[in-house]
Design a protein around this ligand. Structure first.
Ligand SMILES: [Zn+2]
Length: 206
């Protein structure tokens, strides 16, 4: 199966879904990443040329087939909504994914919201759209798909440790993804004690 993950910035897809990506690759699916920007010009920590290399290294470790990174300016995605949609439509034409993962639109970060809405527009004809949550997601994300990543938690941890430029952020220091995986396990199945990643099916056609 051809599976596309769309991310606003490097690390968003990995925090939400690195375990699922690793599992899909191990199961023989072809996985592509389309990331909308590679720079954190205005963010803390300071901008780093290394971020692009970190994303490439993470993608290679996860075994994805294609990593495409645009250069839309950080925090200004709403001003570039139409170009973002055009870029996503180019990937749609080339890859023709059967399953598309995108960030939930219920998010405080303007780049994430624009990414979600333009992805929904660009892939309006695709049969399966699935949303993931990010560190800035808010109420409104209602997961109804839970993927067991027991065998892939190790590689998720390894991949996120590669983002040294982000290491000072609280959710990196605390390795929030480990706690989230336990939280979603509990929410999806009261007796489950294996790590889980959570998603919301926006559309599925059979
Ligand atoms: Zn982001």
């Amino acid at each position: 199966m051809r599976i596309l993950f769309i991310g606003p910035h490097p690390d968003d897809c990995e925090i939400a879904a690195a375990g699922t990506v690793a599992r899909f690759v191990a199961e023989g699916h072809e996985v592509w990443f389309h990331i909308l920007g590679k720079a954190f010009e205005n963010s803390i920590p300071k901008p780093s040329e290394n971020l692009y290399q970190e994303a490439e290294k993470a993608a290679k470790t996860l075994g994805i087939c294609n990593l495409h990174i645009d250069d839309f300016p950080f925090l200004k995605y709403p001003d570039h909504a139409f170009e973002i949609r055009e870029s996503l439509e180019r990937t749609a034409a080339v890859f023709n994914p059967q399953m598309v993962f995108l960030p939930t639109e219920h998010d405080l970060h303007q780049d994430h919201v624009t990414c979600s809405l333009e992805a929904q527009r660009a892939f309006r004809s695709n049969e399966e759209l699935i949303a993931y949550n990010t560190v800035s997601s808010r109420h409104g994300f209602n997961p109804n798909l839970f993927i067991n990543i027991e065998k892939y938690m190790g590689v998720k941890d390894e991949v996120l440790q590669m983002y040294e430029t982000q290491a000072g952020k609280p959710y990196f220091m605390n390795r929030d993804w480990v706690h989230m995986a336990a939280y979603w396990a509990h929410k999806s199945n009261y007796s489950l004690r294996t790590p889980v990643e959570a998603f919301e099916i926006l559309r599925k056609f059979m």
